[in-house]
Design a protein around this ligand. Structure first.
Ligand code: PXP
Length: 237
């Protein structure tokens, strides 16, 4: 079974545009779960431009499914995650000013850094996942970091899907096969949507979780949040 974790950053972006509490992020998280989402993902950034650090504390007691916090492991992020203790932390290598995560870790160069950070999360009983592209060396060296899971960066898959989906998925199948062989569990995310999700799911065995934000929130403008979540769940059947 592949879990759908809804990334609710965009809800916070809309809320922050007016400085009040509309839409109510906490209510949206509760409703996503009520409509069938099996997890909630957030990405608190240092500038708090969407999810604030306070949001993380406010969400913790209400989330009844899997709580996934993603972000760059700065000291303040590490402390926040250790304090809140989500089920999963997903480490991304993006610098503070980037629009959205657009690359995976270089696990050859960053192995020691990741190993140190991951061991802290491990001691606190928090599952870790690291955001990775499909480079074979990055998958191989991920094992040495001690991470439980990898999250495959699906941006390039989504970009190439419309022109040649067979070609677009090829490197993901290779990466996932190797990761499975090495004992790494697999998540995926970025730019997944109602058009490209089913094909991805059907070709990647042992896909445990997808985290989806931008397209899902955009689709909900037309279909409503409940129908949209059901449509995404349907793609993952
Ligand atoms: N995974 C990671 C690591 C991300 O940073 C994001 C975007 O916040 C996502 C998944 C979800 O991507 P999208 O918003 O394109 O669905």
């Amino acid at each position: 079974m592949t879990k759908l974790s809804v990334n609710i950053n965009k809800i916070a972006t809309i809320r922050n545009a007016r400085g009040n509490n509309l839409p109510n992020l906490i209510q949206v998280a509760i409703d996503c779960e009520k409509f069938g989402a099996q997890g909630i993902t957030i990405h608190p950034r240092p500038d708090e431009r969407h999810i604030t650090y306070q949001d993380v504390y406010d969400l913790k007691p209400v989330i009844t499914t899997e709580f996934n916090i993603e972000g760059f492991p700065s000291t303040s992020f590490i402390n926040l995650v250790l304090d809140v203790k989500p089920h999963q932390v997903t480490l991304v290598p993006d610098p503070p000013d980037v629009l959205t995560s657009n690359a995976g870790w270089d696990t050859t160069k960053q192995k020691d850094f990741l190993k140190e950070v991951i061991s802290e999360f491990k001691s606190a009983g928090i599952r870790s996942s690291i955001f990775l592209d499909t480079e074979i060396a990055n998958i191989e060296n991920a094992v040495g970091t001690g991470t439980d899971r990898i999250e495959l960066y699906t941006g390039p898959y989504a970009e190439n899907y419309t022109s040649d989906k067979g070609k677009a998925i090829h490197q993901f199948i290779e990466a996932a096969t190797l990761a499975n062989k090495l004992g790494l569990e697999i998540n995926a995310g970025h730019d997944l949507n109602l058009v490209n999700l089913t094909y991805f799911k059907n070709n990647i065995s042992e896909l445990l979780e997808v985290s989806i934000g931008h397209a899902l929130i955009c689709d909900s403008l037309y279909f409503g949040l409940e129908n949209t979540i059901k449509k995404y769940l349907n793609c993952l059947k």
